[in-house]
Design a protein around this ligand. Structure first.
Ligand code: PGA
Length: 249
């Protein structure tokens, strides 16, 4: 059975006190059973948030991770560092990392490889830009992203991979993919997994939708057959909004 997952990507928001306040507000709620609830706060606060969430059922992930084990990579953080503070999951390939920090399908190959070698769970993010959709290239782009960074790699442990389809034109723009557009793409992604990795992997891999998910549109998006949850940016910064989305699943 596929896991239902709602993950909050806090991006570069909240200071120390604000992060802890939000964690407290979130953990004051009972999470629906059978749903994994995750947050990805800023790297600098991961240690204290890992401590603050112990035993609460709220999972904590990093927003990024370096491909190297250690060494001269100023400003970067490794899988081993994250794991040493109890963080065992990370987002990879978010569109903002691709747009501003030169992450490419090719460079993500190394990050995915490292994640697999170190047993890190990944939320692998991908999705087309507006120009791709306007020119009807969205399926091709998504296939390419998955082919290069994931399918072409041997021996991936798919039980450690969560996919997050995030059309770039819907991220932080207030413009959401319609439930039909989301379902159409998610079904396509699942068919690709089935073709490249077989039925069992296709049936058990969670595919999240991301891009302007709000409490008001979450239920309709999550009710689509191939949408297994969401990756939430802006609306994950307010406890009420995020819990509204969590409870919509
Ligand atoms: P958004 O961001 O919900 O603010 O559109 C989603 C994301 O970037 O993961």
């Amino acid at each position: 059975m596929r896991q239902k997952i709602v993950a909050g990507n806090w991006k570069m928001n909240k200071d120390a006190a604000g992060s802890i306040d939000l964690v407290k507000e979130l953990t004051a709620n009972a999470f629906p059973s059978g749903v994994r609830v995750m947050i990805a706060p800023a790297t600098v606060f991961l240690d204290r948030i890992a401590q603050a969430t112990k035993g609460t059922g709220l999972e904590v992930a990093s927003q990024n991770m370096n491909a190297a084990d250690s060494g001269a990579y100023t400003g970067e953080v490794s899988a081993a560092m994250l794991q040493s503070i109890g963080i065992n999951a990370t987002l990879l390939g978010h569109s903002e990392r691709r747009a501003y920090y030169n992450e490419t399908n090719e460079s993500l190959v190394h990050k995915v490889k490292t994640a697999m070698e170190t047993n890190m769970e990944i939320v692998f993010c991908f999705g087309e830009e507006l120009a791709d959709r306007k020119t009807d290239n969205h399926f091709k782009i998504v296939e390419q992203q998955l082919e290069v960074a994931l399918f072409s790699q041997e021996g991936l442990d798919w039980s450690k991979i969560i996919l997050a389809y995030e059309p770039v034109w819907a991220i932080g723009t207030g413009e959401t993919a319609s439930p039909e557009q989301a379902q159409e793409m998610h079904a396509f992604i699942r068919s690709l997994i089935q073709k490249r990795c077989g039925d069992a992997v296709a049936e058990t891999t969670s595919i999240l939708y991301g891009g302007s998910v709000k409490p008001t549109n979450a239920e309709e998006l999550f009710s689509q057959a191939d949408v297994d949850g969401g990756l939430i940016g802006g609306a994950s910064l307010k406890a009420d909004d995020f819990m509204g989305i969590v409870n919509a699943i």
